[in-house]
Design a protein around this ligand. Structure first.
Ligand code: UDX
Length: 463
C-alpha cells in the first residue's frame, strides 16, 4: 500500500523509502533505514556497485556496515537496483543522495548529478510521492528541483519536494544516521511534513528506546539548505583557527595541543574540531566551504564571506608547511627553489583524509606525499585501508603493502593520518627498522617525550 492511503492521519505507518545515489551517503542511509525497519530500495547508475551491494559487499570502508548490509539483505527489507522505473514505482519518499562536487576550475557546486537523478526519476513517477534532497547544495536548489519535477511530470500527481540535510561523518556514519544529534527538514505542505515525520519516526523511536532525545528542526527550504554548508564552514573555521594558533605557538614556544585543551573547556567554544595538524580534507569540508563562498558571491553578499577564503588558504598552506617541517627535520632546509629531498627515503604513513576510511578525496596526507615526491624525495606511502584509492588518485607515487616495508631504512617518517596502527607504534621497535630516527607527527598524536627518550628527533605541529 502506498503512503497516500495514510496521508490524512498522524503517521504511524512507515513509508517505503528510496535513496538515489549509493555512495558513502546514500548507501549508509539505505542500510541504516532498513535496519530501523523501513522497506528500502537503493538506486545507482553504476551496475557494478549495485551488484556488489546486492551480494553483500560494501564497496567502501565503514566499520560495522558490511554486517548490517548483509543482515538487512537477508531480512528482505533492503534491495539495490539500477532500474529507476522500479524505484519510482516502489517508494513513497525518494531521498536524493548523489554527489555535488566542486566544478572544475570554479568554486561553485556542480549540480549535474542532482539534475539527472531528479529528471530520470520524474520521467517514471506515476503517483503522488515526496522527493527529498539530502545532497549538499547551494541555497535555492530545492525550488529548482520543484521546477524540474513539474517540467518532467507535467505537474501531474502533485509530487512534492522536501529538503533534509545530513551530517554524516565517514567512520562514524552508522551512528550519525541512526543516532543523529539533530534532524532538520523542510517541506511546503502538511502532507509532505507528515510524510517527513513518518520517514524519521524510526530514528525517534530508537532514541526513545535508548532514553535519548533527538531535536527536530522543521524549517523552510532556504534554511534547510544552508544548515549543512553553515555547519561545515563553521567546523572548517575552527580547524583553521587552531592551525593559525599552531603557527603562533611554534614561533612563541607554546603548545597548541595544551592551548586547544584549555580553550575547549569553555563550553561556548567546545573541545571538538580543535586538533591542529595538516588541515582538513575529504569530500565535504573543502568543497562546501568554497561552494558557500561562491553562492554568497552570486547572491551579492560575498563581502561577508571573504574570511572563508582565508580559512581555505590557511588550510591549504598547512600542506606546504608540513613539507617544510619534514625537510627541516631531515636537515634539508628549503632553498630558494623550495625543499630538496634528493637521496632521502621518506616513509609517509597515511593516505586517506582521516583514519578509519578508505576515502582519499582531497586528502592532505596524499597532497603532502606528492609534494615530498616533487621535492625529489624517495617517497613510499603506506595506509591500512586507502592504498587502492590512493593508487588511482596518485599513480606516480610508490606504495608499500605493509608498514614495515614502508619504514625500512627510511631517513624520515612522516606520520600524517592518526590511524590506530600508527598511534600505537613503539618507538624502540620502529627505531630498529628505520635508517634514521626522525619522525614528523603531523596530527600531534604521539607523546613527544617518549619518542625523544628513545633517541628520536621528534617534530610535531605547533608544539
Ligand atoms: C564532514 C562533517 O563533519 C559532517 O558533519 C558532514 O556531513 C560531512 O563532512 P567528514 O568529511 O566525514 O565529515 O570528515 P570530518 O570528520 O568532519 O573531518 C574532516 C577533516 O577535518 C579531516 O581531514 C580531519 O582530519 C580534519 N580535522 C578534523 C582536523 O584537522 N582537526 C580536527 O580537529 C577535526
Amino acid at each position: 500500500m502506498s503512503y497516500e492511503a495514510h496521508s490524512n492521519q498522524t503517521p504511524t505507518a512507515r513509508p517505503t523509502v528510496s535513496f538515489l545515489g549509493c555512495g558513502y551517503l546514500g548507501a549508509t542511509y539505505a542500510i541504516c533505514f532498513a535496519e530501523m525497519g523501513y522497506e528500502v530500495i537503493g538506486y545507482d547508475i553504476d551496475q557494478e556497485k549495485i551488484d556488489a551491494f546486492n551480494t553483500g559487499t560494501l564497496p567502501f570502508v565503514e566499520k560495522g556496515l558490511p554486517e548490517m548490509l548483509r543482515r538487512n539483505l537477508e531480512s528482505g527489507r533492503l534491495r539495490f537496483t539500477t532500474d529507476i522505473a522500479d524505484v519510482a514505482d516502489a517508494a513513497d519518499v525518494h531521498f536524493i543522495c548523489v554527489g555535488t562536487p566542486q566544478r572544475p576550475g570554479e568554486h561553485s557546486a556542480d549540480l549535474t548529478y542532482i539534475e539527472s537523478a531528479v529528471v530520470s526519476l520524474s520521467q517514471h513517477l506515476k503517483r503522488k510521492c515526496l522527493v527529498v534532497g539530502k545532497s549538499t547544495v547551494p541555497v535555492g536548489t530545492a525550488t529548482w528541483v520543484e521546477e524540474l519535477i513539474e517540467r518532467h511530470t507535467g505537474g501531474e500527481y502533485g509530487i512534492e519536494v522536501g529538503w533534509s540535510p545530513e551530517f554524516l561523518q565517514e567512520s562514524n556514519a552508522m551512528h550519525d544516521v541512526m543516532r543523529p544529534n539533530r534532524i532538520v527538514y523542510a517541506a511546503r505542505s502538511e502532507w509532505a511534513l507528515n510524510l517527513l515525520r513518518a520517514a524519521h519516526q524510526g530514528i525517534l523511536e530508537l532514541a526513545a528506546l535508548e532514553d535519548r532525545e533527538v531535536p527536530v528542526v522543521e524549517t523552510d527550504f532556504a534554511t534547510a539548505e544552508l544548515v549543512k554548508v553553515a555547519a561545515n564552514a563553521f567546523l572548517s573555521t575552527k580547524i583553521s583557527f587552531i592551525n593559525a594558533m599552531a603557527d603562533l605557538c611554534e614561533t612563541a614556544g607554546g603548545d597548541v595541543a595544551g592551548l586547544a585543551r584549555a580553550i575547549g573547556y569553555d563550553g561556548r567554544i567546545g573541545n571538538k574540531f580543535l586538533r591542529a595538524g595538516i588541515g582538513f580534507g575529504g569530500g565535504c569540508l573543502p568543497k562546501d566551504l568554497r561552494a558557500l563562498t561562491a553562492r554568497a558571491e552570486e547572491l551579492g553578499v560575498g563581502d561577508s564571506f571573504h574570511f572563508l577564503n582565508e580559512v581555505d588558504t590557511i588550510n591549504t598552506r598547512r600542506r606546504t608547511k608540513a613539507v617544510r617541517a619534514i625537510s627541516e627535520l631531515a636537515d634539508r632546509p628549503s632553498g630558494p627553489a623550495g625543499p630538496n629531498l634528493e637521496g632521502l627515503k621518506v616513509a609517509v604513513l597515511g593516505a586517506t583524509f582521516k583514519p578509519d576510511t578508505d576515502d582519499v578525496r582531497d586528502s592532505p596526507a596524499l597532497a603532502i606525499a606528492r609534494k615530498l615526491a616533487a621535492a625529489r624525495g624517495e617517497v613510499i606511502v603506506y595506509d591500512p585501508e586507502g592504498l587502492d584509492n590512493a593508487r588511482v588518485e596518485a599513480p606516480e607515487l610508490s606504495y608499500a603493502k605493509t608498514l614495515s616495508d614502508a619504514v625500512e631504512n627510511a631517513d624520515v617518517i612522516s606520520m600524517l593520518v592518526p590511524w590506530e596502527e600508527f598511534r600505537t607504534l613503539d618507538p624502540e621497535s620502529l627505531g630498529a627498522q628505520v635508517g634514521q630516527r626522525r619522525i614528523f607527527d603531523g596530527m600531534n598524536v604521539l607523546e613527544p617525550a617518549r619518542w625523544r627518550a628513545a633517541g628520536w628527533t621528534y617534530k610535531g605541529t605547533g608544539r
